[in-house]
Design a protein around this ligand. Sequence first.
Ligand SMILES: C[S@@+](CC[C@H](N)C(=O)[O-])C[C@H]1O[C@@H](n2cnc3c(N)ncnc32)[C@H](O)[C@@H]1O
Length: 196
Amino acid sequence: MPKEHPFAQQWNHNTRHYPKIADLVEGRHVILDVGCGEGTLVRYLAGRGHQVIGVDRDPAVLPPDSAGTHFMLGDATGLPFADDSFDAVVSVEVLHQTRMELALVEMRRVAKPGGLLVVLDTAKDGGLADLGWAVRDLVAESITRVGTSAWEPEDTKLPAALSWRQTRLAIDRILPGVEFRRIPGWRYLAIWQRPA
Ligand SMILES: C[S@@+](CC[C@H](N)C(=O)[O-])C[C@H]1O[C@@H](n2cnc3c(N)ncnc32)[C@H](O)[C@@H]1O
């Protein structure tokens, strides 16, 4: 019998990809989650043995610390950390809510040389070019959510202002050589390793 998805009972377009993010940062000890919201990803990564700091600009969402976690108030566009601090920096569904390029420069700055950046986010659909992706996402969604329970935390949700093309161009500019994939659930995954 197939194993249940770890977030089957806490399902949304972000949590469904948390196991993938966890696999990507495997072996990287100290991790920063930028725009952590109420901290589910932070706690999940801590449960897999990482030391995780979550930072968010909204004091209302930040939870208390728990084993392996520390939560802090802070802004992605001016992260309150020294250069070269983290083995990995992740961010889920945040960059489209802020000045994306500034936030990416900051994430890049606080990653150690050789550190990994993982961004899961969305962009604005528009035009025929995005129609095929929208159909793919609708079909994938109807299949993958069978047997799951939808869950939406109470954090800030804003529509994306930048198109997929604009988003891709900005990410390519700040993170040269980035691996950029459009993945199911109206999301992209950007993976970049800072040169050692
Ligand atoms: C849609 S929620 C995503 C929360 C969480 N990352 C997740 O996986 O569910 C977006 C979060 O980003 C935070 N946020 C938006 N802009 C930010 C910024 N410039 N600096 C820090 N946090 C920011 C919001 O306060 C909110 O908690």
